[in-house]
Design a protein around this ligand. Structure first.
Ligand code: GLC
Length: 558
C-alpha cells in the first residue's frame, strides 16, 4: 500500500498496558491489546523506545540499541508482537535515538576508560583557554550543554540531559554503527523508523559560542550536512527495502529544509515532524509560560506548511499529540463541555490534510491532561528542571506549578485508560504515573457509548478509500476568518471543502457562489449536517467536509 494511504498509531510502551503488574506497561501488554488496535484499522504502529536504558529520559537514553529493556519485555516478545501485528497487516515503526547515547552505553563507558577510538564517537572538547566551558551552549533540558568528561579536564557535549551524550556524526565509524542497527531491526521485520531529533546531528568540527541574543540551537540545527547523512543512511540501510516508511523528528526546522528531507528525488526520508504549529501557545517563544493559543498564527503556520510542502513535493507527518506534548484538547479544544466535539474537530483538521496522520494512544478516546495537584505527581526530568528554574526566577510554587501543569510532557504519558476500574484498568499495581479522570474517560465507556473512536475509524477509512484525501492537492481558504480553519483539497474534477470551527461560539461561513452549483455530498460531519448552502452557521467546535464534484468538467480540475 502506498504510504499516502496510511495512518500511524503511536504507542508509549511504558503506559499502554501492564501485563506483569509491576506498574510499567510492557510488550506482552501490547500483544494482549492487539484486538483493540485492529478495531481502529491503522496501518502501522510507532513504538517509543523500549531498548535497554537507565530511563533517565524514559528510554531516549539508550544503553543498548539491539536489546529490549527487561522491564518492558524480551526479544521473543518483540518477535511475537511483530508477527501478530503482521497477521493483521499492521507494520512496526521503531524509534531510533541516534543523536546521543546513554552515558551507560558501552561506547561511552569505553571512552571513559581511555579508549581513543570510542572517545572519537562523542563530542569531547578542551575547556576555553580561560578554563571556561568549551562553548556557551545550553541544554534543551536546562543548564549548560557540557559536562566534565570523567576525571579529565575535558568536557562532553549533551544537548539533552547530561546522561545523554551527543554522538560525533562526523566520524564515519559512528555512522556505520548506526546504520547497522537499522539493518538489524529490518531483519526482524521492522518496516518503519522514526529518527529522533535527527536534524541536530550535524555539528561543525569547530564549535563556537552563540553571540549575545543568539540562540545556541541555530549553531547546530538543520546544517546542510544533515542531508548528506540522511542520503547515506538511506543508501546503507532502509533505502534497500522500497516499502520502508521513515519519519524524521525535526527540531526548529524550516519548510525549505523539510522539502529537502522528504522530496523523493533526494532519497532522504518519507516525511517529517515539525513543531511550529505546537508553539502557538508559547509566550514570546518560551515554552514554560501559560497563555491562550494564537488561532490566527496556528492557521498561518498550518497553511504555510501545507502549501510549501506540496509545492516542493515534500511530505508532512500530521499530528496534534505525541509523548512530548500536553493533550491537544486541553490546548486547542475544550476538555469540559465540548470534549467530544472538539476532539472530533481537531481530528478532522489533521486527518483531511495532505500528509500522513499520526494518532497518539488515548487520542482516539478523547483523553485529556491529568488532574495533578503537585510537582510530586510528575516524573519527567524536563518538567522537574523547569519547575525549579521557574522558582529560581522568582515565581511562587503555585505559579510555577500552574505552568508545569499546562506544559509538562507527562500530561500525555499517563497510562492508557482502559476502564472505570482501579488504576484505570492499566495494571493491578500502582502505575508509574498516576491516571486521574478514568471514571469519565476510558476505552470501555467509549466503545459502548462514545462517538470519538468511531469518528476516528471513519477518518481512517476515508484516507484508505478516497484519493482526494490521500493524494489530493491543498488550497488555502478563508485565511482571515477569525474562528474557522478552512481549506480545500483538490483531485481531478473534485474539491473537498473542510470547515473547522475552533471555538465555543456559533460562527458563519459564506460559500462563494461558484461552488454552489456543484454536486455535493457530506463526507464527514460531527453534527450530522446534511445540506450544502450559501450561508453555513457552524456550531461550537463543528467540523464538516463536503465533497464537491464538477460533473461538467469531466476529469478537469475545478
Ligand atoms: C525527542 C523525544 C523526546 C526526547 C528527546 C531527546 O524530542 O521525542 O522525548 O526527550 O528527543 O532524545
Amino acid at each position: 500500500m502506498d504510504f499516502r494511504n496510511k495512518v500511524i498509531y503511536q504507542i508509549y510502551p511504558k503506559s499502554f498496558y501492564d501485563s506483569d503488574h509491576d506498574g510499567i506497561g510492557d510488550l506482552r501488554g501490547i500483544i494482549e491489546k492487539i484486538p483493540y488496535i485492529v478495531k481502529l484499522n491503522v496501518n502501522m504502529i510507532w513504538f517509543n523506545p523500549f531498548f535497554v536504558s537507565p530511563q533517565k529520559d524514559n528510554g531516549y537514553d539508550v544503553a543498548d540499541y539491539r536489546a529490549v529493556d527487561p522491564r518492558l519485555g524480551t526479544m521473543e516478545d518483540f518477535e511475537e508482537l511483530v508477527a501478530k501485528l503482521k497477521a493483521h497487516q499492521i507494520d512496526v515503526m521503531l524509534d531510533m535515538v541516534f543523536n546521543h547515547t546513554s552515558t551507560k552505553h558501552e561506547w561511552f563507558q569505553k571512552a571513559l576508560n581511555g579508549s581513543k577510538k570510542y572517545q572519537d564517537y562523542y563530542i569531547i572538547k578542551e575547556p576555553k583557554p580561560n578554563g571556561g566551558l568549551p562553548t556557551n551552549w545550553t541544554s534543551k533540558f536546562g543548564g549548560p550543554a557540557w559536562e566534565k568528561f570523567g576525571s579529565t579536564d575535558r568536557y562532553y557535549l549533551h544537548l539533552y540531559d547530561k546522561s545523554q551524550a551527543d554522538l560525533n556524526w562526523r566520524n564515519p565509524e559512528v555512522r556505520n554503527e548506526l546504520y547497522s542497527i537499522i539493518n538489524f531491526w529490518m531483519t526482524k521485520g521492522v518496516k518503519g523508523f522514526r529518527f529522533d531529533v535527527i536534524n541536530v546531528t550535524g555539528k561543525d568540527a569547530r564549535l563556537v559560542d552563540a553571540k549575545p541574543g543568539e540562540e545556541s540551537k541555530s549553531l547546530y540545527t538543520d546544517k546542510p550536512v544533515v542531508h548528506d547523512y540522511l542520503q547515506e543512511m538511506n543508501r546503507e540501510s532502509f533505502g534497500k527495502a522500497a516499502d520502508t516508511v521513515t519519519v524524521g523528528e525535526m527540531s526548529s526546522t524550516s519548510i525549505e529544509n523539510s522539502v529537502g528531507y522528504t522530496n523523493p528525488d533526494n532519497h532522504e526520508l518519507t516525511m517529517v515532524f515539525s513543531f511550529h504549529h505546537l508553539k502557538v501557545d508559547y509566550q514570546n517563544g518560551e515554552k514554560w509560560t501559560k497563555t491562550k493559543f494564537d488561532f490566527m498564527k496556528l492557521k498561518r503556520i498550518l497553511d504555510n506548511w501545507q502549501s510549501g510542502m506540496a509545492k516542493g513535493n515534500g511530505w508532512n507527518a500530521l499530528f496534534w499529540n505525541n509523548h512530548d506534548q500536553p493533550r491537544a484538547i486541553n490546548r486547542f479544544g475544550d476538555p469540559g463541555e465540548y470534549r467530544v466535539k472538539s476532539a472530533q474537530m481537531l481530528a478532522t483538521v489533521i486527518h483531511l490534510l495532505r500528509g500522513t496522520p499520526y494518532i497518539y494512544m488515548g487520542e482516539e478516546i478523547g483523553m485529556t491532561d491529568p488532574d495533578y495537584h503537585g510537582i510530586g505527581d510528575y516524573d519527567d526530568i524536563e518538567a522537574i528542571n523547569a519547575y525549579h528554574a521557574l522558582l529560581k526566577k522568582g515565581l511562587s510554587e503555585n505559579e510555577a506549578f500552574d505552568i508545569v501543569h499546562a506544559k509538562a510532557r507527562d500530561n500525555s504519558r499517563t497510562p492508557m485508560q482502559w476502564a472505570d476500574k482501579e488504576n484505570a484498568g492499566f495494571s493491578s499495581h500502582q502505575p508509574w504515573l498516576k491516571p486521574t479522570n478514568y471514571r469519565q474517560i476510558n476505552v470501555e465507556k467509549e466503545l459502548n457509548e462514545g462517538s470519538i473512536f468511531n469518528y476516528y475509524q471513519k477518518l481512517i477509512q476515508l484516507r484508505k478509500n478516497d484519493p482526494i484525501v490521500s493524494h489530493g492537492g491543498y488550497e488555502s481558504l478563508l485565511m482571515d476568518h477569525p474562528d474557522v480553519f478552512a481549506y480545500f483539497r483538490t483531485y481531478q474534477n473534485q474539491k473537498l471543502l473542510v470547515l473547522n470551527n475552533f471555538f465555543k461560539r456559533n460562527t458563519a461561513v459564506t460559500v462563494p457562489d461558484q461552488y454552489l452549483s456543484l454536486d455535493s455530498r457530506v463526507l464527514i460531519s460531527n453534527y450530522d449536517r446534511q445540506t450544502f448552502e450559501k450561508s453555513i452557521i457552524l456550531k461550537p467546535y463543528e467540523a464538516i467536509a463536503f465533497l464537491l464534484i464538477d460533473r461538467e468538467s469531466g476529469e478537469q480540475h475545478v
